[in-house]
Structures are given as structure tokens and as C-alpha cells.
Design a protein around this ligand. Structure first.
Ligand code: ADP
Ligand code: MG
Length: 456
């Protein structure tokens, strides 16, 4: 089997196991080779190997077979550079695990349209600074009153809650305004429907359907950028609905102006409505999401215990993508459930070692200098200058301190970055800030704030 086939099978697996399971269990495994009718995978830890084998071995095998692979078994072995050291009895599982289910032909996976995730509600959506505008706009649209901003365009990076908010709007409208005809679909599904209509020479009913809607939601519009006949049709649907005063809600991964291949007419139409973006999550929002998921989980498993500081640790270390955050928690709960004990810090570090490694964000000295200047309202040339004025010297020392703490640069390297200063000057600056942090709460606050911004 080639990596390409595995890429295809991964796509199928995503559909059958769901995004959450996918990111917790399928993403961490790497396909290696097929040998002796066995598909070999590398897993980052024994625990993941055991779990994937027990819970997803069958489905992986089934998809491999239906992709035409001559396999009868799947095997998971710990290895590769991502291997975590096997420590503690939590890892007493065998290094290699084999799933050997009877081969079953995979059921065709029909494209399910207008399918709403019951968990994607407003109640389950944690609001914080990075998403409060998007949330407020979604709430307003969900009231179903007079159309005030049309279209509503939500954009932001993956896993920040665009789909969640759109489903929440749909749930809310279905409950409160059942008379409205609401349709939610991805831009991809829109395209497939359109292509099918063309093929079946039935574009009339396609147009009728889409022109009879009260609220149309199209997710991930970037998908149709560059697909010209679909864009054309989308544009007409869009205009027809806007003219009839119907609400349209669209999401994308970028601002309309930044989507290169998006029809400029569509882009300017989108620009006419309300465009709001979801910012990358910050520490507080991540912690809020983790606490909420933990509480939900505990309702089902009242025995679940977690050591103090674990959620804070995850919020601090795992990336801004909420899906990755959820995947991490899912895995942790499974682990605790399996070995029946409290979730401790050690267990967390071991169980999530691959995710923690992947999200180790590298902060650069340039970013530190830029953010420090912004924070103190200074120009970079001033920060680098020889000036010893306190209002410049302190921020400069702060930047040196952060370079030492947040990067792996040596003192001479930092010295060179700061206009060829001697390493003893840097050391002095670092020590000075360390000392002030314990004496001066303003300095301590500045350091903490900057560190958080840089690591967010
Ligand atoms: P996007 O569509 O932006 O890629 P999703 O809406 O699919 O992201 O969100 C990814 C996952 O993260 C979903 O399971 C969603 O429920 C969850 N999620 C995202 N933002 C939040 C939030 N603010 N509160 C709770 N869960 C969230
Ligand atoms: Mg989405």
C-alpha cells in the first residue's frame, strides 16, 4: 500500500469515527508498510496502540480492504522518533498488538446532508475574548428576527468553533422558529448537489430547493474557491436569497478578501454583510473549554478524578485549536477509564506526549522584540539603541529576559541580536528582571502578560 492509499483511507476513517476520535486516535498513528498481508502502523505510545487496536482495529482493517488492499491484519508498534519512553505500569500493555477481525465489506458511506451535531449548541459553547463577537453575532442571527446583517460571514482557523456556531444557530432556529426552512450544508455538499443536478439534468429542482429556503448556511466556503461553475451557481443562489430578504450565514477559513480564487463578486457580496473572525484561543478560553468538557464527562462518570493543575497544564501547553484540545481530553479520559485511577500530571504527560511535543511552540527573538515594543509603546530602533534611559532600558532588559526564558538561544546569541551587546550585559539584564519580578508587581505582571501573549 502506498501512503496515498492510506491518505484516502484516513479520509474515510474521519467520516466513520468522527472528528474527535479521529484527532485523538487516528491522527497519531503513522502508516509504515504492508508485509505478509499485515498493515503495519507506528504509534507514539503503547497505550495508543492498545486502544486503537481494540477500538478501531476493525474499522481500519475494513477500510483498508475496501480500498483494495490485500491485508488481513493490522499491527501497531511503538517506535519512530515520536516514541515515548515506556514507563510506569500504565504502559504494561504489549508493544505490539494485533487486530484480527473477519474481513467485512465496508458499507457505502452516504453523504449526510443537513446533518446537525446535537452537541454543537450555544449552551455548550464557551465564550471568551477571542470569540465573543462571533458568538454575539451568531446569537443575534439565531433569534430569527428581522434580517439585520446579511450575510453573516464567520471566519477563522481550523478548530476554532465556526461549525459549532453554525449548528448552534440551526438548533436554535429549529426550536424557536420551526416554520422557517433552514438548511445547513458544507460548500462541498453544495457542489456535489449541484454537479448531481447537472448530471441528472435536473437543475430546475436544484434551483427551486435553494431558492425556497429561509435561512441558508454554507460552511467552509473556501472549498468552492476556484471551482467556477459551482461558484457561479452559488452566486446566483446567494443573490436570489438576499433579494428576497432571506438570511445567509457563511463560514470560511480566511477573510473574503484573502481568498484568492474566490469570485470577486462573491467576495464583495460577503464583504457587504457582517464579517467577524474567530481569533485563536487564549489560555483562559482553553481552560474554560477544558473545565466544561471535564464537568460534562464527570456527569457520566462521577468517579472521575483529576489532580489539581492538570487542566491548567493542558490549557497552557496544547495548541489553540479546540479540536486538538478535545482530542487530548478524550484520550486522557479513556486512559483513566481503562486503568481506573485519578488523572495525574505524570499520566497526562505520558499519555499526551505526542500532542505536547507537536504543540511545543517555538517563540522567536523577533517576536519577543516586537511584542515587547508593542507592550511598552516603543519603536524597535529605540529598544536596540544604546540609550540608558529607564523607560527604554527596562523594556530592553525585559526583552532579553524573555529571550533567555522562552527560547533556547545562548547569551552571546541574544547579545548579537540586541545590537552586538556583550553576553555579560545580557546576563545582567536577565538577572535584573528576575530580581524585579519578586519586588515589583508591575514588572511581574508585565513579564507574565508578555509570556502569555507570546506563548498563546
Ligand atoms: P471549525 O469549524 O472552526 O474548524 P469546529 O466548530 O468544528 O471548528 O470546532 C472544533 C471542535 O471544538 C468542536 O468539537 C467544537 O465543539 C469545539 N469547540 C470549538 N470552539 C468551542 C468553544 N468555544 N466552546 C466549546 N467547544 C468548542
Ligand atoms: Mg468547520
Amino acid at each position: 500500500m502506498t501512503q496515498e492509499t492510506w491518505g484516502h483511507v484516513r479520509g474515510e476513517l474521519l467520516k466513520s469515527v468522527g472528528k474527535n476520535n479521529f484527532s485523538a486516535w487516528i491522527e497519531p498513528i503513522t502508516f509504515e508498510e504492508v508485509a505478509d498481508r499485515t498493515a503495519h502502523f507506528v504509534v507514539p505510545t503503547n497505550f495508543i496502540g492498545t486502544w486503537v487496536s481494540q477500538h478501531f482495529g476493525d474499522v481500519i482493517l475494513r477500510h483498508l480492504i475496501s480500498a483494495g488492499m490485500p491485508v488481513e491484519r493490522v499491527e501497531f508498534a511503538v517506535g519512530g522518533q515520536n516514541a515515548a519512553p515506556a514507563t510506569g505500569n500504565a504502559n504494561a500493555a504489549p508493544r505490539t498488538v494485533t487486530a484480527q477481525p473477519a474481513p467485512v465489506p465496508a458499507a457505502a458511506n452516504p453523504v449526510v446532508e443537513f446533518n446537525l451535531n446535537p452537541n454543537f449548541t450555544f449552551t455548550n459553547f464557551v465564550v471568551g475574548k477571542p470569540n465573543e463577537l462571533a458568538h454575539a453575532a451568531a446569537r443575534r442571527v439565531a433569534e430569527g428576527g428581522a434580517v439585520s446583517f446579511n450575510p453573516l460571514f464567520l471566519y477563522g482557523g481550523v478548530g476554532l468553533g465556526k461549525t459549532h456556531l453554525m449548528h448552534a444557530i440551526a438548533h436554535e432556529l429549529r426550536n424557536n422558529k420551526p416554520e422557517l426552512k433552514v438548511i445547513y450544508l458544507s460548500a462541498e455538499q453544495f457542489m456535489y448537489r449541484f454537479i448531481r443536478a447537472l448530471r441528472d439534468q435536473d437543475t430546475i429542482s436544484f434551483k427551486e430547493l435553494f431558492r425556497s429556503i429561509d435561512v441558508l448556511m454554507v460552511d467552509d466556503v473556501q472549498f468552492i474557491a476556484g471551482k467556477n461553475s459551482t461558484q457561479e451557481e452559488f452566486f446566483h443562489t446567494f443573490n436570489a436569497l438576499v433579494e428576497m430578504g432571506k438570511q445567509i450565514i457563511i463560514s470560511g477559513d480566511r477573510a473574503p478578501v484573502d481568498m484568492d480564487e474566490l469570485d470577486s463578486r462573491i467576495a464583495s457580496r460577503l464583504q457587504c454583510g457582517l464579517v467577524v473572525d474567530l481569533h485563536p484561543t487564549d489560555y483562559e478560553l482553553r481552560l474554560g473549554v477544558l473545565q466544561q468538557k471535564f464537568e460534562t464527562q464527570r456527569e457520566r462518570h462521577p468517579d472521575l478524578k483529576i489532580a489539581p493543575g492538570v487542566l491548567e497544564f493542558i490549557a497552557h501547553r496544547v495548541s489553540s485549536n479546540v479540536r486538538v484540545l478535545e482530542g487530548a481530553l478524550t484520550r486522557l479520559f479513556a486512559f483513566a477509564d481503562l486503568i481506573g485511577c485519578e488523572i495525574t500530571m505524570d499520566m497526562t504527560q505520558e499519555c499526551l506526549s505526542d500532542i505536547l511535543r507537536a504543540s511545543d511552540r517555538k517563540v522567536t527573538m523577533d517576536e519577543i522584540i516586537k511584542k515587547t515594543c508593542e507592550h511598552y509603546h516603543l519603536r524597535q530602533t529605540d529598544l536596540m539603541s544604546p540609550s540608558r534611559a529607564r523607560n527604554v532600558a527596562r523594556p530592553r532588559q525585559m526583552a532579553m529576559y524573555l529571550c533567555k526564558k522562552l527560547t533556547t538561544r545562548s547569551l552571546p546569541e541574544i547579545g548579537r541580536k540586541f545590537g552586538g551587546r556583550d553576553h555579560t550585559t545580557i546576563l545582567h539584564g536577565v538577572r535584573k528582571i528576575e530580581e524585579l519580578i519578586s519586588l515589583d508587581s508591575q514588572i511581574a505582571e508585565d513579564a507574565e502578560l508578555l509570556r502569555r501573549m507570546l506563548e498563546a
